[in-house]
Write a protein that binds this ligand. Structure first.
Ligand SMILES: CCCCCCCCCCCCCCCCC(=O)SCCNC(=O)CCNC(=O)[C@H](O)C(C)(C)COP(=O)(O)OP(=O)(O)OC[C@H]1O[C@@H](n2cnc3c(N)ncnc32)[C@H](O)[C@@H]1OP(=O)(O)O
Ligand SMILES: CCCCCCCC/C=C\CCCCCCCC(=O)OC[C@@H](O)COP(=O)(O)O
Length: 304
């Protein structure tokens, strides 16, 4: 009797996948969350066995477990400038943040000994939260700036003591408008305090396959299953000299607005945050170019 019910139900899923893009959206999202939760369940004992607890080295396990998930969602990543992450020692990575799908691109290129800064709510996300904790993710309370600042100051020390790289989403929240929200300052304070370079990474806009508000998670055609989308990840060259000299001048803050004698300073003073924001926005626009040759040119031009 039960079998009689199951068969039409199982047939209903492909039918809905075929006919309703909203169903495809929820199906893929639910699959993603459920599958990541299961992978996390697998990762927990592996991490504990490898490191005995919370350790950035666990990110190697997490990275290798997550890398195949893209195939199920019809996503592929095309990376340019990967070699720029092969810089010695600690650094801060900044990147745009569109969706929880960013985790897939992040794991695609995550360098060794690199973990992230995340909102503290993530630690309560079941098995995924526990895995984030085991992977050494630094949790901050965005509602309490003073707490977040002191956690990040501690993180700057840890970066140096333990040779750790940190990935920060300086927009501070997800943004799907195809641009960048004004960068928060934490990532830049972190880099100044630790005196390490900042490496910007830009994910191309997901808008051609994923629109949260419109409930679209396409695969490019109505069958919803077979074709795949490329996400372009562009890593900008980390120019140590340039970034470090800006860091040393502590140009994180905007110049004071009310000082007349500061006019000159104001004219020449472009905070590092704004320089990198402008660069990242430029890259984001370039990555929208669909033609691979144009994109290659764009990457060359930005790798000055
Ligand atoms: C195998 C299975 C696996 C399963 C899954 C596994 C998943 C694994 C990994 C997944 C990880 C993904 C993680 C994704 C998570 C993404 C997020 O959570 S994004 C949200 C959280 N992140 C951030 O918010 C980072 C960016 N925010 C900041 O840097 C902010 O600056 C802030 C520190 C939070 C403070 O915010 P706010 O007060 O709103 O804004 P500001 O204007 O920037 O700062 C105010 C003030 O404070 C000064 N300041 C800031 N930071 C510092 C500092 N570190 N030291 C000193 N001073 C600081 C700043 O200068 C401002 O002062 P001013 O006088 O106005 O200049
Ligand atoms: C309260 C818990 C938070 C989310 C829990 C979702 C559980 C998801 C399970 C599997 C997905 C894979 C790992 C996802 C990790 C990424 C989390 C994320 O992207 O959080 C959003 C945060 O950057 C910004 O939050 P807001 O846009 O300010 O809101």
């Amino acid at each position: 009797m039960e079998v009689l019910w199951t068969v039409p139900l199982l047939l209903l899923i492909p039918l809905l996948m075929w006919t309703s893009s909203t169903f495809v959206f929820y199906f893929k999202k639910c699959f993603y969350v459920a599958y990541m939760m299961c992978l996390a369940l697998l990762a927990i004992p592996l991490c504990v066995l490898k490191s005995g607890g919370r350790d950035v080295e666990n990110m190697r396990i997490i990275r290798s477990l997550v890398r195949h998930v893209k195939y199920f969602l019809g996503l592929r990543f095309e990376v340019s400038g990967w070699e720029h992450l092969q810089t010695e020692g600690p650094y801060v990575i900044i990147s745009n943040h569109q969706s929880s799908l960013d985790v897939l691109g992040l794991m695609e290129i995550l360098p060794d000994r690199c973990t992230m800064i995340a909102k503290k709510e993530l630690v309560y996300a079941g098995t995924v939260g526990l895995v984030c904790w085991l992977g050494g993710i630094v949790f901050i309370n965005r509602k309490k700036t003073s707490d977040a600042k002191s956690v990040m100051t501690d993180a700057a020390k840890t970066m140096l003591d333990e040779q750790i790289r940190l990935w920060v989403f300086p927009e501070g929240t997800r943004n799907q408008r195809g641009d960048l929200l004004p960068f928060k300052k934490g990532a830049f304070h972190l880099a100044v305090q630790a005196q390490v370079p900042v490496i910007p990474i830009v994910f191309s806009s997901y808008s051609n396959f994923y629109l949260r508000k419109e409930k679209q998670f396409n695969s490019g055609n109505s069958s919803g299953l077979c074709s795949c989308f490329n996400v372009f990840l562009c890593v900008r060259r980390s120019s140590h000299a340039e970034v470090l000299s800006l860091l040393r001048r502590h140009q994180i803050e905007d110049p004071p607005k009310d000082r007349h004698e500061g006019d000159d300073v104001r004219r020449h003073h472009i905070p590092l945050r704004q320089i990198l924001q402008r660069d990242a926005l430029g890259l984001l626009e370039h990555l929208q170019l669909r033609n691979p040759e144009q994109r290659a040119d764009a990457a060359l031009n930005t790798n000055h």
